[in-house]
Design a protein around this ligand. Structure first.
Ligand code: ADP
Length: 618
């Protein structure tokens, strides 16, 4: 039994097809993970890389704490179950199940015990003497599972194991596999394109699209808090309703207007506490997402009402699905329309096509997406809050707080929009604040804070100081804007162009990174990793290194660079240096006044990217 760690995993096929991009995930022991997404999104490729059937182009894969990128499939302690069962037709069920163990020279009695135990678990004891062709699809799939079980692997990998079965059998096998997981208490990774399978089986689900992970979360969170329109539309049936809208903030209310209709709702502005204000100007094009169950044909059920025209009714027995359109002018509305909604009504409900009815909406459950990026504008963990600030003679006034700006932030007098990232806010400090809500999100705690007339957020690991009465704000992380004027936040991560080189000096041969003509030598391990991903082509490729300002140091044996500026933020000081035309920022001691310096990089803390194919190498 074991957990898995996938770090920055990429797959580029020899023909250049980039099937998986920067896949990162920690899978705990005994989890049931489902990879789901439309055909071609990279789920099978990821599974096959875990199995060792496909090389990993870049990144690191660990099972049970050991790196297994280069470990043979048979030595990985995993077992894979395929869609097409892959049974030997001329062997009996018993022999099919025993085959792998026999190859491993397992003693006969042990094989016998394991095969019989697995057959018992799967309810196929009476078929042990049959050949696969004498069995149904469901039974064959059980044999394939049995063959995996007898190996007692640390991890089970299942690639669309049920897609050859009919709908009824699929549902039955679905719960059998879930039961099997509970019984075996082993890590399962299951690939499917069917969102219902994913939702019913997974403890956590990875939704993928075009080789990119869209969201990793529990079934419930994916349903309730989709990060983007794709996830929102992919998970759940009937599909979430999407309506073009605009939202305007007016004091403690926000007006939500549906495009192409007369429908308008005035909702409490708190719903949008997590949304960036720029979206709430009544002009930005947005998409409102609301699930069928949050719209009712009973006009009294929810707080917000609107008229719509009935276009279709689907009777499902337990309930019916009502298709209606908010565009009342639409006469022939059977087809798709941007203002169409699907809602749930009672079974047997009688609606006349074309009639106008009043529905009610539960807008506290709406999700709003940016129409262009299709990302949710109310992320569960917001990135930043934009607040108003005013500067007068070097003193900043914002959020009912006054502070003298440090020398690094030189602003003319005037009003500014100040972007405060969540990471800049820390609990305890002299800005008066009150925590009014807390949420646990993926192991972190998000505190909602009332600060003057605004809501800020902070994220922590759970160890919170007692009696929080105030917060502090890290000034170097703030961005101030006022049209042309302003000051950017300090960029805490340096990004430098470089190339990979082989060199020879008095100590011998080695590999290194060439930055503007100076070479930083790297360890053999690092060189092996980089060469492993790119081969000999690496010497021609443009690379980018990323390193935190805290992992670059002024150091006597570093690369020469010229100080351009010193940024004094009071508690911290940074030097900005020119390194052959590229800019590097370095944390320095207070009072630093150097001009020509040498800087050293901690290569253990450097990220290295190949720019052309956008792959992280280390
Ligand atoms: P899924 O399992 O989600 O349907 P795959 O992982 O099979 O998707 O494929 C992901 C992408 O990689 C697809 O665009 C597919 O065409 C491509 N691909 C898969 N296998 C190969 C291969 N052997 N050579 C080149 N491209 C491949």
């Amino acid at each position: 039994m074991a957990g898995l760690k996938l770090s920055h995993i990429y797959k580029v096929y020899p023909n250049g097809a980039k099937a998986v991009n920067d896949f990162n995930m920690d899978i705990e022991d005994k989890e049931f993970i489902v990879f789901v997404g439309p055909s071609g999104c990279g789920k099978s490729t990821t599974l096959r890389m875990i199995a060792g059937l496909e090389d990993i182009t870049a990144g690191e894969l660990k099972i049970g704490g050991s790196v297994i990128n280069n470990v043979e499939p048979k030595d990985r302690d995993i077992a894979m179950v395929f869609q097409n069962y892959a049974l030997y037709p001329h062997m009996t069920v018993y022999k099919n199940m025993a085959f792998g163990l026999k190859l491993r020279k397992t003693p006969k009695e042990e094989i016998d015990r394991k095969v019989k135990e697995a057959a018992e678990i799967l309810g196929i004891t009476e078929y042990l003497d049959r050949k696969p062709r004498e069995m149904s699809g469901g039974q064959r799939q059980r044999v394939a599972l049995g063959r995996a079980i007898v190996r007692e692997p640390k991890v089970f990998l299942l690639d669309e194991p049920l897609s050859n079965l009919d709908a009824k059998l699929r549902t039955a096998m679905r719960s059998e596999i879930s039961k099997l997981h509970a019984k075996l208490k082993t890590t399962f990774i299951y690939v499917t394109h069917d969102q219902v399978e994913a939702m019913t089986m997974g403890t956590r689900i990875v939704v993928m699209k075009d080789g990119f992970v869209q969201q990793i979360d529990s079934p419930r969170n994916l349903y309730r808090y989709p990060e983007n329109k794709f996830v929102a539309g992919f998970i759940g049936t009937p599909q979430m309703n999407f309506l073009d809208c605009r939202i305007k903030l007016c004091g403690n209310k926000a007006e939500v207007a549906l495009d192409g209709t007369d429908a308008k709702f005035s909702v409490p502005s708190e719903i949008f506490n997590k949304a960036e204000r720029k979206y709430l100007d009544g002009v930005q094009e947005l998409i409102l997402g609301l699930r069928a169950e949050h719209i009712s044909a009973n006009a009294e059920k929810y707080a917000y009402r609107a008229k719509c025209r009935v276009t279709n009714v689907e009777e499902l027995g337990v309930e019916s699905l009502l298709y209606a359109d908010f565009d009342l002018n639409l006469r022939d509305g059977a087809g798709e329309s941007p203002t169409r909604i699907i809602l749930k009504a009672d079974a047997g409900a009688d609606y006349e096509y074309g009639s106008v009815i009043e529905v009610s909406l539960d807008l506290s459950n709406m999700i709003v997406f940016d129409k262009v990026t299709e990302k949710s504008i109310m992320h569960r963990i917001p990135e930043a809050v934009v607040v108003d600030g005013e500067v007068k003679a070097g003193v900043l006034k914002m959020l009912g707080w006054k502070t003298v700006l440090p020398p690094a932030i030189r602003l003319e007098d005037g009003k500014y929009s100040v972007t405060v990232p969540v990471s800049a806010v820390a609990l305890n400090g002299d800005i008066k604040a009150e925590i009014f809500k807390e949420e646990q999100i993926n192991g972190k705690r998000l505190s909602h804070l009332r600060v003057a007339d605004r809501v800020l957020f902070t994220l922590d690991d759970g160890a919170r100081p007692e009696n929080v009465k105030g917060v502090s704000i890290d000034l170097k992380q703030l961005t101030f804007t006022d049209g042309e004027r302003g000051v950017d936040a300090l960029n805490c991560v340096n990004s430098l162009e470089c190339s990979f080189v082989k060199f020879k000096d008095e100590h011998g041969r080695g590999y290194g990174l060439d930055i503007a003509g100076s070479v930083l030598s790297c360890t053999q391990d690092t060189a092996d990793t980089v060469l492993g991903v790119c081969g000999r082509d690496i010497y021609k490729r443009k690379l980018e290194m990323k390193i935190s300002v805290y992992d670059v140091k002024i150091s006597v044996d570093g690369i020469p660079a010229e100080v351009v500026r010193v940024l004094d933020y009071g508690e911290e000081t940074f030097a900005v240096l020119d390194l052959g035309g590229q800019t590097v920022t370095v944390a320095v001691e207070k009072g630093f006044s150097g001009t020509n310096e040498k800087i050293g990089f901690d290569l253990n803390k450097t990220e290295l990217y190949e720019k052309e194919r956008d792959i992280r190498l280390i």
